[in-house]
Design a protein around this ligand. Sequence first.
Ligand SMILES: CCCCC/C=C\C/C=C\C/C=C\C/C=C\CCCC(=O)SCCNC(=O)CCNC(=O)[C@H](O)C(C)(C)COP(=O)(O)OP(=O)(O)OC[C@H]1O[C@@H](n2cnc3c(N)ncnc32)[C@H](O)[C@@H]1OP(=O)(O)O
Length: 195
Amino acid sequence: MSSVDAHPTIVYPHYVRALDEEKAQLPSSFPREYSEEFQHILPKLLQRGFHILTKLNNQKGNLSNISKNFVLSHPHIHVVILRRALDGAVIYLAYVGSHVQGPSGFMHGGATAALLDDCVSSAVLLSGPFAMTVQMNVQYRKPVPLNSVVIVEGYVEQTNGRKTVAGGKMYHPDGALYAEATLLFVRPRLVEPKM
Ligand SMILES: CCCCC/C=C\C/C=C\C/C=C\C/C=C\CCCC(=O)SCCNC(=O)CCNC(=O)[C@H](O)C(C)(C)COP(=O)(O)OP(=O)(O)OC[C@H]1O[C@@H](n2cnc3c(N)ncnc32)[C@H](O)[C@@H]1OP(=O)(O)O
């Protein structure tokens, strides 16, 4: 277990109950059907070796600082975070509501990039020391409809010294690719304390 794994997180082994509790707290902007779709998709992700790491929207308690993250605390984006123990890949199972519009009826490309960056950053942070995104290249393949469920996958490709190359993909739950990205992360140089 890395030191990042030791960071306090809230784990939801009984995911169905967690989603039921969550449903009761959701803002009215979220339709009830979406969590049924989550419950349909989650068992498939669990079968593929992912476990539920945490859900962070409106999180109270020990993740309060992370939950200020604008993607994960956005009132119109709802995320359940999963991670595959085997290789550290991270999945964001996300519902994208109506107030992240770019082209009429579709998600803003900046929001797509933010979701991808966030998911890939989680994979990087969970796999090693703190690093920041310094470059991101996004290929937009299909417009993402508002009020829909998306799957975002983030994975580390290669680390060389302070630099890490990582990738991300955003899919429709049926597997159709919405967008993919390649990112470069840099671990900040340690600043020597002044004597
Ligand atoms: C921690 C607990 C985690 C728990 C997770 C649990 C669940 C998940 C939950 C929540 C999710 C949590 C987190 C996700 C949250 C947010 C994700 C959003 C990610 C971001 O939103 S993050 C913000 C945007 N990001 C920046 O705000 C960076 C601005 N930046 C800098 O602050 C500096 O850039 C810095 C300090 C990074 C490096 O500075 P420095 O001085 O230490 O390093 P230096 O410049 O020496 O570069 C070293 C080598 O990198 C190469 N290099 C540098 N920059 C490059 C570039 N752009 N392109 C190509 N190569 C580059 C150089 O060429 C050199 O290469 P070489 O060594 O080969 O010469």
